[in-house]
Write a protein that binds this ligand. Sequence first.
Ligand code: SF4
Length: 408
Amino acid sequence: MSEPATPWTRADPTLARGVPDETPRRERAAAGTPLYVHLPFCAAKCHYCDFFSVPAEGHDRAAMIAAILREAELFAPRAPRTVFFGGGTPSLLSIAELTMLLDGLDRITGFRGAALEVTAECNPESLDRDKARAFLDLGVRRLSIGFQSLHDDVLKLFGRVHGVDDSFRAFEAARAAGVQELNVDLIYAVPGQTAEAWSTDLTRVLRLGSEHLSAYNLTFEEDTVFRRWLEQGRLAKSPEDVELDLFELTRELTRAHGLEAYEISNFARAGHACEHNLNYWRNGEYLGIGPSAVSKQGTRRLGNVKAIGAYARRIQETGNALHWEEDPPASTRLAESWWLGLRLAEGVSAREAAERARFEGDDSAARKLAGELEEQGLLERQEDRLRLSARGLPLGDWVAKRFLDTLS
Ligand code: SF4
């Protein structure tokens, strides 16, 4: 999946996850805290993907669900504001397995009556009308479908197990079942992709009329097949000028079809932005359960072990599957609050950045840097809020690095 269910796995350039000497500990999350549930099973491993997932076959899925529910009993918030089932491929679970998981989670958290938004990530090969209906009946109101490409040869290159027709069939099945909140995930800047080809594909998807679209520039993450192919010269990155053309084309076409760019890679009709992900970009707290899931509590980030067997065993034996934690210095937290907030169309003010970071010192270095970037035309101001300008948007990662290098 490419929707940033846990943005720290991809977007955080500060991550240097040290494994502490003692097992990290966390508290039960406060009522209302957003809840992320990581379901680690996929039909196959996509060649670009660095999320933690394993083949669905040959694993005890019932035991995994039992472990996730046990972890929820110990740590999940009551009445989470948002719930996001990511992975992995949540739609790969059978309706009976989903019922066990979602009924159990509702007993523990009461999410069905409380959450503003409940999302599940789905892949076309495992989403049909019955599954979509089951999601709705079980309290999931928003489905995110991984189309990724409209070309069967590219899907094959990606290592996906579905075809283009399956994606459209899954979308129509979800609509026919009555799902009113749909996201489509796409990846662009595929080697050899032209602006004309992307324009045709994106327009075809936009005509479906989804409430939300996530469109990501292809990345070559560490420990992926694509990174290895890149290093071996079997794959080449798209030239930067092509990436920029495709990025700008994406913003133009989405706008023309009534979707607002509320974050660098995320587009929504008014009132349909993903609340769960907005909380990440606003640097809010969240609780993650399931193998590899990350939580943010106070100023700390904590992550579960990235292994199916070890996760289930540790939950069963001690109730605690945490494997790492980090408590970044206040200046790093401030840098993060700035660069995350600047990615949003709503922007961020200096006061908000400091509050979100729980930063109480002198933030003049951050304000000075923001002023310099504004003078260079990379940031633009709306009253006391700043955000990336049209010129700065494609340079979002570079701006993030400037904040981290200057403040950390
Ligand atoms: S479906 Fe592919 S991209 Fe999504 S989590 Fe599984 S391996 Fe990763």
